[in-house]
Design a protein around this ligand. Structure first.
Ligand code: THU
Length: 132
């Protein structure tokens, strides 16, 4: 069973998913990122008629949080309406790694199915600033 912190993060991602602008794919995603002070930063996917300018829910959440000066990210919940729980795309894994480190990732769907894993499991041997 998820603990209270997980429930709160998943609930925020679930609610934010409803704001998704998925006019083209119809695939709505919500994300909620918990910072070091326990504040939740939410995001939804925002699509665009040119398709390529689409931004995923996870990156919206990260960039909103960064722009507000948030730090010490602990976990991110990602919610989509799929039985096979939706993981972050490759671009989002890179951004999460660079700005949030090896955070806990909670995948969830609308039926309350959840899975918790570390980003390093999804994104091993990442390229980051340590190589520069
Ligand atoms: N999408 C996300 O927002 N996050 C994911 O983890 C997977 C994909 C969005 C991008 C696009 O708007 C739609 O889902 C279909 O790819």
């Amino acid at each position: 069973m998820p603990g209270p912190k997980l429930d709160r993060t998943v609930a925020a991602a679930l609610a934010t998913r409803l704001n998704a602008r998925a006019d083209f794919s119809k695939f709505k995603v919500g994300a909620a990122l918990e910072d070091g002070n326990g504040i939740l930063h939410t995001g939804c996917n925002v699509e665009n008629a040119t398709y390529g300018l689409t931004i995923c829910a996870e990156r919206v959440a990260v960039f909103k949080a960064i722009s507000e000066g948030a730090k010490g990210f602990r976990r991110v919940a990602i919610v989509a309406d799929t039985d096979n729980l939706t993981p972050p795309c490759g671009a989002c894994r890179q951004i999460l790694w660079e700005f949030c480190g090896d955070v806990e990732i909670i995948l969830a769907n609308l039926q309350g199915k959840t899975e918790t894993l570390q980003l390093s499991t999804l994104f091993p041997r990442a390229f980051d600033a340590s190589f520069l």
